[in-house]
Design a protein around this ligand. Structure first.
Ligand SMILES: C[S@@+](CC[C@H](N)C(=O)[O-])C[C@H]1O[C@@H](n2cnc3c(N)ncnc32)[C@H](O)[C@@H]1O
Length: 259
């Protein structure tokens, strides 16, 4: 079998964020619950504007739009934005789409709220991560809210090596490993046995470089948010209702910051 290395946008984005995600049972119900939580906790009203940063294939953007919130769905992957746009069109929900890098956002006082869901924060070094929070602050209107839906660094999920059958082949996901001294959750290379094209697809260096996530504690996130100007910072222990207090054993660490 031929071995080939492919990148995030060319190949892996669709495998992970479309084929793998949509194969998860009950994922649409989960997205609805997460969006209901976000709308409630941020006090969003109909026609308020939200920036869904790192929106992936737009599954939550679509749920926000269904609730009457005006969404700008933003992601680095053209492939994912195309998939999200097609789905929004077929479901007849209005959404604005934007392909872009969260390290180079230039929105100014445009949004009532911004979200980074499914732990889409911490991909870069500390300075860059903090700059992104500053750019989100600039993108929000006065009293705007930012919601970060993060894994709880004190209660990480148990990652396993898994084989998953997907359309066109089999995905091998290796478990993430916590590099505790560096405070980084290191993703490991995945592999796809592409039975349609009789080849094994590996991650290229670009896809691999996006695999690491800096894990912040609540205190560190709080300090960063204050540094970039957010006044009020609250923490919750899950990303669905009811609102649960955050603790070491919580399922998630959800951060809501107010400008
Ligand atoms: C964990 S996924 C989350 C997707 C979606 N929010 C969800 O909950 O299903 C992370 C997303 O971040 C996007 N991404 C990675 N680096 C990015 C960057 N520099 N700027 C914008 N998006 C980025 C990826 O393309 C991917 O869709």
């Amino acid at each position: 079998m031929e071995h080939i290395e492919l990148g995030w946008n060319d190949f892996w984005a669709e495998i992970f964020r479309v084929k793998h995600r949509r194969a998860i049972q009950g994922i649409q119900d989960y997205d609805r619950l997460v969006v209901d939580f976000c709308i409630g906790v941020m006090g969003l009203k109909k026609d308020n504007e939200i920036l869904d940063i790192a929106c992936g294939s737009g599954d939550q953007s679509i749920e926000f739009a269904r609730k009457g919130v005006k969404v700008t769905a933003f992601d680095i992957s053209e492939t994912l934005i195309r998939v999200a746009r097609e789905r929004a069109k077929s479901e007849n929900v209005p959404i604005g789409f934007s392909v872009g890098d969260m390290r180079a956002m230039s929105f100014t006082q445009q949004f009532n709220a911004a979200v980074l869901l499914s732990h889409s924060f911490g991909f870069f070094n500390h300075e860059v991560n903090r700059r992104i929070l500053g750019d989100v602050f600039a993108a929000l209107k006065k009293s705007g809210k930012l919601l970060l839906d993060l894994m709880n660094p004190y209660n990480l999920p148990r990652f396993h090596k898994t084989w998953t059958e997907l359309e066109g082949g089999y995905l091998l996901s290796e478990p993430h490993m916590l590099d505790a001294p560096a405070g980084v959750l290191r993703g490991r290379p995945a592999l796809f046995v592409d039975t349609e094209h009789d080849r094994i697809v590996l991650m290229d260096s670009d896809a691999l470089s996006n695999n690491d996530i800096r894990m912040y504690t609540a205190l560190e996130i709080h300090a960063m948010l204050n540094e970039v100007g957010f006044k009020k910072v609250e923490f919750y222990g899950q990303n669905t209702l009811p609102r649960m207090p955050y603790s070491a054993g919580s399922e998630r660490m959800v951060v809501v910051a107010t400008k």
